[in-house]
Design a protein around this ligand. Sequence first.
Ligand code: ADP
Length: 697
Amino acid sequence: MSLANRLIEERRGRLAAERLLELKQAELFAANRKLDKHARALSDEITVTRAENQRVKSDLSAAQEQVERTERRLWQSIETIRDGFAFFNVDQEMIMANRAYLQVFDGLEIIKPGVNYVTILQMLTDEGIVDTGDLGPGAWRQMMTLRLQQDAPPPVTIQLWNGEYIKMIDQRGPDGDIVSLGLNITANVAHEAELREARQIAEDANRAKSAFLANMSHEIRTPMNGVLGMAEVLRDTPLSDEQTLFVDTIKGSAEALLVIINDVLDYSKIEAGKLDLAAAPFDLEQAIHEVLLLMQPAATAKGLSLSLDYDLFLAAEFIGDPGRLRQVITNLVGNAVKFTAQGHVLVRVTGVPDAATARTTLHISVEDSGIGIPKDKIDHIFGEFNQVENERNRQFDGSGLGLAICARLVELMQGEVWVTSTPGEGSCFGFKVTLRNGGAYDAPSLPLGFADVLVLDAEPSSAAIWARHFSQAGVRATVCDGGQAAQAHLQQGADLVLLDHDHLPGAAAKIDAQGVPICVLAANPSDVAPLEGPHIILQKPLSRQALFSKLSALDHGGGAPRRMRVLAAEDNKTNQLVFRKMVQDMAIDLQFADNGREAVAGFRRFAPDLIFMDISMPLMDGKEATQAIRALETQDRGRCPIVALTAHAMEGDRDQIMMAGLDEYLTKPLRKAEIRQQIERHCPPQAMPLVKAQAAE
Ligand code: ADP
């Protein structure tokens, strides 16, 4: 390289170095400036922080002062409280206690902050400060210790040696501290005792008053009977019209007065605690019927339907106080009739038996379609002397005690009363009682021979009840309110008509003498015009038991010619068809049963004059079915001939079958002549001739 070049090179190097120097100097300068700025900011910040620290310090001391002042005030307040107040830490050591708390210990040195709760208890008993009563000191301390160990210790009242009462209320804080408050309730306890005594005196006085009333009403009743009895005697002597009116007024007033006296007597007896309930076996259904029978004239006079819906599967016999139950029901039914101008009054009885306790919870309700009770009155209806005051109601007399007595009687029986009502639509009063079950119960059963009953009744509620009773007894029941439909159903072969004369007067005459037996129900049987065909007339109200047993008279005594009834038990449909064809030109009523069980049911329902019984059938075979039927047969019905149909044509089978109670024996395949021969042989005298008159089946 030439010198000139080297010089150029050097110069370039120097220039570059100078530029780098300049650059670094500029950077250094900038860094210095930044450092300077930061130092200044830092010194500013230090100044501010110092000032802040100063302020915080003074704030802190102000706050501390405030806390101390508040604490002082709090303690001054706590000290002024007359009730004891103390704090305990999680180890049950006293942190603080107010004067009232410490006062109880009467200056005992040891009781001061730091003392343990256990020591406090020990001191209380050792020094005789607390009266530990029946517990004794040890047990008392244990009780108090255990109590405080609970998360939420229950309040406890302790009695001091001087007769003062302290109620201890302790509360545990989140960190285990306990705040303990001892309320002096001596005045309250004394007041309570005074109140108890005053109440006892008042109750005694009330009982004495009730006893007096009970005695007085009893005394008044005796001469009242004289007044009433003599008025009746007088009524039967020759009297002028005016005198009759006077006597009737005396009698009416005496009766009304007697009702009031009886109510007062009952009510005061209950109030005086003098009413004891009997426990005797009785028939509830019968008891209700007796009540309805009594109320029937009043209901009939107003044109009301009065009925009982007694659950068919509910036993009738219970152990209880029949007189008092009857009284409650009489009252409710009496009110229902009194406050209903038209429609119905319905008593409903259902029950839930409990096999484990041999008791049944009965629900008895009385429903009416009367004037109802306004909403604002309904809550007080079971109170004393509460009558719903309004224009319509004022026309009815009464003591206003009836429902109060009902409620008290049901209460005595450990039951409940209730009422629901819609003004203008009606009311439903009900009660629930649990009674011990009476004797063993068999649901009443219909006499044999009814399969299809027509219930003719224009009152839907009573029609529905009878229809249900019949269906529950296994009989088809159709409800009809008269007219064309009734005639149509009669044509179809109903074998009984149950007719309510009061709701459909004249209907009996229309369907009379059509060969179907009629059972007429009437409140007054003499109102029913004489009928020609088979019939019975029964007085309403009557129980299903009474109806069912009376129907047997109809069944047997009707005398109307009817077709012979044949029941064929045969599970095979083809055989059923063959059988039907073989007898199709005979005037018989033929029914089939698909198995032994159906055969027994058919026997009950259909009361056949002859049964053909297949031996091998599902569910229950022919031999078992025959035995069941034989067991069912009552003496008055006599023995129903049963002809065995069997494929078992072997020797020995015959004896076995006959042993089961069958009378004849036919082997399959069935032969027309044999079947017909059996039918002819067993045709009862009261049946129609077997030759078909007109249309064949
Ligand atoms: P009373 O002897 O006056 O009938 P109750 O205590 O038996 O006394 O009844 C109180 C009142 O409750 C009756 O006066 C009547 O206003 C009302 N009441 C009771 N039963 C019925 C009812 N079935 N329908 C409408 N109101 C009724």
